[in-house]
Write a protein that binds this ligand. Structure first.
Ligand code: TYD
Ligand code: MG
Length: 465
């Protein structure tokens, strides 16, 4: 986009506004300094005061209790892990955006979902903007799915909209590859991406087709897209995974038809994505019990508890500035845990390198992992393993106290299900008082008020084993 005529040097300037985040500027900018969107500035239309002499007529209102709640007809994708994140499947006439980095497996997920939908006798259209029809068909054959889905190589909006009639599910791979003639700019620019998404959304509402848009994002957010689309669509899910791991996760970050925060877990293998319904067992599968520096905790993703292994390695540093590396957890959390361990447990690690990670490639950003993280670090430092049947849950405060976490009963039940015999948990506190009622089936919940108490519990168990 070129600068608006009024902002050409020598002419009076009008305010420009970023279409993504509302940032205002007088100077034309190619990239928004606030939200990093490219090509997102348009002239701000002036606000006109209302003419007080113009008669006003009120709009219709209705009492909230009198509005009948509509039950949305859902179309299952055949992938339970994806359906759960969507709130039960795709909703007719709604729009889902699947955002992820290139190569993570978005096209594979779409093909497998197409197979699941067509198995129910529904019509699926897949718009192949990224790869040729031959490439897509070859991959579909290799994955053993799907066969009756129709493919199109049309990438202009006017060509796609008529194809949506009579189709149950329309999959667009990807929104960045489409072009709308009404809008200027290259495919993938904010203007094009928004125009195409808007046109397709309207067509989905008109035809009742469930629409799924794939949107690429890169780590630095340099490709226009998903951020510009979030408020246009009904559901936004992110598809994430590390190239070095098989783990792939689908996370709901916006959902007009269900809860957000749900997590779906898949494994990428030679025959595509496999669902991982028992994610806790998956994350603990490769655990090397008896090794120092490993502790088991439990996070809650959406409504689901997820047990995971936290690993730590503390080694004497060979450099002046010791290294601190956090993988799958926040660096700030590692920093706080190290400071608390130094101050309240007397562990001096200022001349040590400390590596901490969540095993299996998951990202865990919950305070409930503080306690297992501290215990893993302390275990590695002292070269003492945590006994195999022990797990820990709790936030660690700056004074070394162990603080309560939400959903304790849910976490305890999950750890008990997995066979843990001792669960170190925060002290009973207010609403959490009844949580011991969780199905403990022979397991013990040991309350620890501080990091020191939690470590004392470990040494008691260690000696008695
Ligand atoms: P793809 O779905 O093309 O990713 P995206 O559409 O997000 O760019 O898949 C990307 C990677 O997945 C590719 O590098 C290879 C890997 N992959 C497998 O490991 N197994 C498979 O069966 C398939 C289809 C892909
Ligand atoms: Mg792709």
């Amino acid at each position: 986009m070129s600068p608006p005529a009024s902002n050409v040097p020598g002419m009076a300037k009008s305010a420009l506004i970023c279409l993504q985040c509302g940032h205002r500027t007088l100077q034309w900018l190619g990239r928004c300094p606030d939200c990093s969107a490219w090509d997102s500035f348009v002239e701000e239309p002036p606000l006109v005061a209302r003419d007080p002499k113009r008669p006003a007529r009120g709009g219709a209102t209705v009492m909230i209790g009198a509005v009948e709640a509509s039950v949305h007809a859902r179309i299952s994708t055949g992938l339970g892990e994806l359906d759960r994140v969507l709130g039960g499947g795709l909703v007719k006439g709604s729009v889902v955006l699947i955002a992820g980095e290139p190569g993570v497996g978005k096209s594979t997920l779409l093909l497998q979902a197409a197979a699941g939908v067509e198995k129910q006798g529904r019509q699926v259209l897949l718009v192949c903007g990224e790869e040729s029809i031959e490439q897509v068909a070859a991959r579909a054959r290799r994955l053993g799915a799907p066969r009756r889905t129709t493919l199109t190589a049309a990438t202009d909006l006017d060509g796609i909209v008529p194809l949506m009639n009579g189709t149950d599910v329309v999959l667009i791979d990807s929104i960045q590859s489409l072009r709308a003639t009404e809008s200027g700019g290259e495919p993938g620019s904010v203007a094009q991406v928004r125009q195409c998404a808007l046109g397709l959304t309207e067509a989905a509402r008109d035809t009742g087709a469930a629409l799924v848009l794939v949107g690429h994002i890169t780590k630095d957010g340099s490709i226009a897209g998903p951020r510009a689309l979030e408020h246009l669509v009904d559901v936004v899910v992110t598809f994430e995974g590390d190239r070095g791991h098989h783990l792939r996760t689908v996370r709901g970050i916006k959902n007009r038809y269900g809860a957000t925060g749900e997590l779906g877990v898949f494994e990428m293998g030679p025959s595509g994505l496999t669902e991982v319904p028992d994610a806790s067992r998956f994350f603990l599968a490769e655990r090397h019990t008896g090794a120092p520096g490993s502790a088991v905790g439990c996070v809650i993703e959406g409504r689901r508890p997820l047990a995971l292994e936290i690993q730590a390695l503390v080694v004497r540093s060979g450099s002046q500035v010791p290294r601190r590396v956090a993988q799958g957890l926040e660096m700030s959390r590692l920093g706080v845990c190290l400071a608390v361990l130094q101050q309240h447990a007397g562990l001096k690690m200022s001349d040590c390198d400390v590596y901490a990670s969540v095993a299996g490639g998951l990202r865990a950003a919950e305070p409930a992992i503080d306690l297992p993280l501290c215990l893993a670090i302390a275990g590695s430092f002292a070269n003492r393993p945590i006994p195999a049947g022990v797990a820990a849950v709790g936030e660690v405060g700056l004074s070394g106290e162990v603080r309560s976490v939400p959903g304790l009963a849910l976490r305890v039940n999950e750890l008990v299900r997995l066979g843990f015999k001792t669960i170190i948990a925060p002290p009973v506190h207010g609403a959490d008082g009844s949580s011991d009622a969780g199905k403990t089936g022979g397991a013990r919940i040991v309350r620890a008020g501080s990091l020191a108490e939690a470590r004392a519990v470990l040494s008691r168990i260690g000696h008695s084993e």
